[in-house]
Design a protein around this ligand. Structure first.
Ligand code: NFE
Ligand code: MG
Length: 572
């Protein structure tokens, strides 16, 4: 009988995710199931509400990308009502996006993902002097590394050694230290560890950056249907200067630490098969984001590539976005466009099976039922095809479209690392792409800031007035990339109230189960073919899943309107 490994929960993500992999006799993954085990939500709560309040409620979908759903909720209503916010408002919204992307991406790589790559215990054995010198190898031209100075690195070692000496590694315990697929040298591990600690400071700067024009972070408050309300701050040169200073600090950190560490990972992990295994799903979908002037976006592609082909860009046709629930715990009503989306729960649980536990023993477990339903996540499809979304999609689709800024950043990275373009379509490539997206913002984002400053000199408008006609029916949507990929919110308004609201979320695209046509989503299909060094320590699977930066709170954002109990869970 085939061996099965169940990882539940996958930790260091937002929300509740279970991944099951089925192995052949050589421990190669033959099949995989991605299952969201948590049920929560927002879409149904929105029904019957005032559309002007939608953004404040959609914002509660997630505690991580709070700004994404806020902006999406507001913009979907603007689109429905035919409101064009003033340029000042659009550019201010972009400045908030920059803050969110910096925050999410550095925290993801260092706090949520790095420990799949960086062996903390090994860092304690490093020679700090050697590490200090080595750090110079990986920074982009014209920059100096952050992790320099023998004394500084020795201090870093001491901080972590205190945990180790107590016999309790605190935040670093329960990881697969010493795993066969960990490839950094002790010195490289020490360099990355120093950045892990430094990021705890840098993420605070990103949060402050969001609060300058957002009022606070998380859950900023300064967007309103028609524009923005941070009028006083936009008129205050000190606030503008403060934003620019923080932007530059994060841009500098991106180049000197984040970029450098990914170049280092590319060098060390280039021969680790589980990390450079090519994805199986070659479809990547993105939508323009970060408006930088009246007619330009930093990432301007609205479309997709197929079969890993970087030479052909296809434009999106919004009518081809649908969601299917054949294998999700909802009543099956076929593929549905989100304007007509439905969410009727139908929980059927798991079935009896067996899996290998952490001691290598075969134990009785509940497992996903491939014939039935096995996740709270729906399966979004484009033209009935699964698509991967996320920073990797954003970078490769913009590359294919000929976005010059993206091309420059990607080409320089490939040249410095010696990697072929094909290497982007791997676990390593997905992790690198998130950094390259951050670097694109770091290198070019201030264009939006400068354009806003110039525009404010001649135009003080921050909001467009509007009326909602209660006798009219409206429909509208937001589509755009947020830190985890392409997000869309779709709304219908009737009698001045929200009649239907559907959010099709990045992690839903990637983490959804197989669809009614037997086509698997990105998580499931991309795991197939990966060999595990040791099934009792499935680090390869965790590293791959973490590379998407899963947010299951976002992916499962629906709930029963009456709050009915849908299943019982016992935690031992
Ligand atoms: Ni909860 Fe989110 C982002 C959105 S993700 S983090 O980015 O939308 O799937
Ligand atoms: Mg939804």
């Amino acid at each position: 009988m085939a061996k099965r490994v169940v990882i539940d929960p996958i930790t260091r993500i937002e929300g509740h995710l279970r991944v099951e992999v089925v192995l052949d006799e050589n421990n190669v993954i033959k099949d995989a199931y991605s299952s969201a085990t948590l049920w929560r939500g927002i879409e149904v709560i929105l029904k019957g509400r005032d559309p002007r309040d939608a953004g404040f409620m959609t914002q509660r979908i997630c505690g991580v990308c709070t700004y994404s759903h806020y902006k999406a909720g507001i913009t979907a209503v603007e689109n429905a009502l035919g409101i064009e916010p003033p340029l000042n408002a659009k550019l201010t919204r972009t400045l908030l996006d920059f803050a969110l992307f910096f925050h999410d991406h550095i925290v993801h790589f260092y706090q949520l993902h790095a420990l799949d790559w960086v062996d903390i215990i090994s860092a304690l054995k490093a020679d700090p002097k050697k590490a200090s010198e080595e750090a110079f190898k990986y920074v982009p031209k014209g920059y100096e590394p952050i992790a320099t100075g023998e004394d500084h690195l020795r201090e870093v070692q001491k901080r972590v050694a205190k945990f180790a000496e107590k016999g309790d590694l605190g935040p670093f315990k329960n990881a697969y230290w010493g795993h066969q697929t960990m490839r950094f040298t002790p010195e490289q591990n020490l360099i990355a560890l120093s950045h892990y600690l430094k990021t705890l400071e840098m993420q605070r700067i990103a949060a402050q950056m969001m609060a300058i024009f957002g009022g606070k972070n998380p859950h900023p408050q300064s967007l309103t249907v028609g524009g923005v309300t941070c009028v006083m701050d936009l008129q205050d040169p000190a606030r503008l200067a403060e934003y620019m200073t923080k932007f530059k600090e994060l841009a500098d950190y991106t180049n000197r630490a984040y970029y450098a560490d990914i170049v280092m990972a590319a060098a060390a992990y280039g021969n680790e098969p589980s990390v450079v295994q090519k994805n199986n799903l070659g479809n990547y979908l993105t939508y323009r984001t970060m408006q930088t002037s009246a007619n330009s976006w930093l990432f301007d592609a609205c479309g997709y590539i197929k079969d890993f082909d970087l030479s052909k860009f296809y434009e999106i046709d919004e009518s081809k976005i649908e969601e299917d629930v054949t294998h999700s715990w909802y009543k099956d009503t076929g593929f549905r466009h989100p304007y007509n989306g439905e969410t009727v729960p139908e929980y059927t649980g798991y079935v009896d099976g067996e899996s290998i536990n952490g001691e290598g023993k075969l134990v009785h477990t509940k497992v996903a039922n491939p014939e039935g339903k096995y996740s709270w996540i729906k399966s979004p499809r484009y033209n009935k095809e699964p698509m991967e979304v996320g920073p990797l999609a954003c970078m490769v689709v913009n590359y294919a479209k000929g976005n010059e800024k993206v091309r420059k950043v990607v080409d320089e990275f490939l040249a410095q690392t010696g990697l072929p373009a094909e290497a982007l379509f791997t676990t390593l490539g997905r992790t690198a792409a998130r950094m390259l997206q951050t670097k694109t913002i770091a290198d070019y984002g201030l264009e939006a800031f400068n354009n806003l400053v110039e525009n404010l000199k001649v135009d003080k408008t921050t909001v467009t007035p509007y009326v909602i006609d209660k006798n009219k029916e409206y429909k509208g949507r937001f589509i755009g990339d947020v830190p985890r990929g392409m997000l869309s919110h779709w709304c219908r308004i009737k009698d001045g109230k929200i009649e239907n609201w559907q959010a099709v979320v990045p992690s839903t695209w990637n983490a959804g189960p197989v669809d009614g046509n037997g086509k698997k989503g990105a998580y499931e299909v991309n795991l197939i073919g990966m060999k595990l060094a040791d099934p009792t320590k499935p680090l390869e699977v965790i590293r791959n899943i973490h590379s998407y930066d899963p947010c299951i709170a976002c992916a499962v954002h629906v709930m029963d309107v009456k709050g009915k109990k849908l299943g019982e869970f016992k935690v031992d």
